[in-house]
Design a protein around this ligand. Structure first.
Ligand code: GTP
Ligand code: MG
Length: 136
């Protein structure tokens, strides 16, 4: 099975949506949480996490937002979790995201789109090492 790194972004925590979102992930058959922590992210961690976006116009405000309050960082394990969590999250722009997806149900602003989930097996491996270096 696969593992994916999920971040419930500062807007999710501020708005009290983490229980709702974690519940949706937990209820998915065959998926389980293998790590979970409430944490305020250092800029250096965010620079590595969002390294692919350095130099883009949205990069600075993105890092600023992601450091603006605590996030819930998690590792989810199970059948096709990488693709499955991207589907559960919905597309980057919450207005383009279908109702039923997390971004589609709760978001309207591209930056404040509630959740991050790894976009490939390579990203998942890199991100899990970055956020949970001690995880077996
Ligand atoms: P993450 O799971 O957070 O990585 O989102 P994603 O994979 O759906 O999108 P991507 O990696 O392309 O971009 C990372 C984050 O930057 C997004 O979640 C948005 O918050 C923000 N972002 C991406 N593209 C834009 C954009 O065109 N405008 C703005 N304002 N923000 C953007
Ligand atoms: Mg991304």
């Amino acid at each position: 099975s696969q593992r994916s790194l999920v971040l419930l972004k500062p807007d999710s925590v501020r708005r009290g949506l983490t229980g709702e979102i974690i519940g949706r992930i937990e209820r998915k058959a065959g998926w389980k949480l293998v790590a979970l922590e409430l944490r305020t992210l250092e800029r250096s961690v965010l620079e590595q996490h969002y390294g692919e976006h350095v130099g883009k116009p949205f990069y600075e405000p993105l890092v600023e937002f992601m450091a603006s309050g605590p996030v819930v960082a998690m590792v989810v394990e199970g059948e096709r979790v990488i693709e499955g969590l991207r589907t559960l999250a919905g597309p980057t722009d919450p207005i383009a995201a279908a109702p039923g997806s997390i971004r589609g149900d709760y978001g309207s602003i591209v930056r404040e789109n509630l959740i991050h989930a790894s976009d490939s097996e390579d990203s998942a491996e890199r991100e899990i090492k970055l956020f949970f270096p001690g995880l077996a």
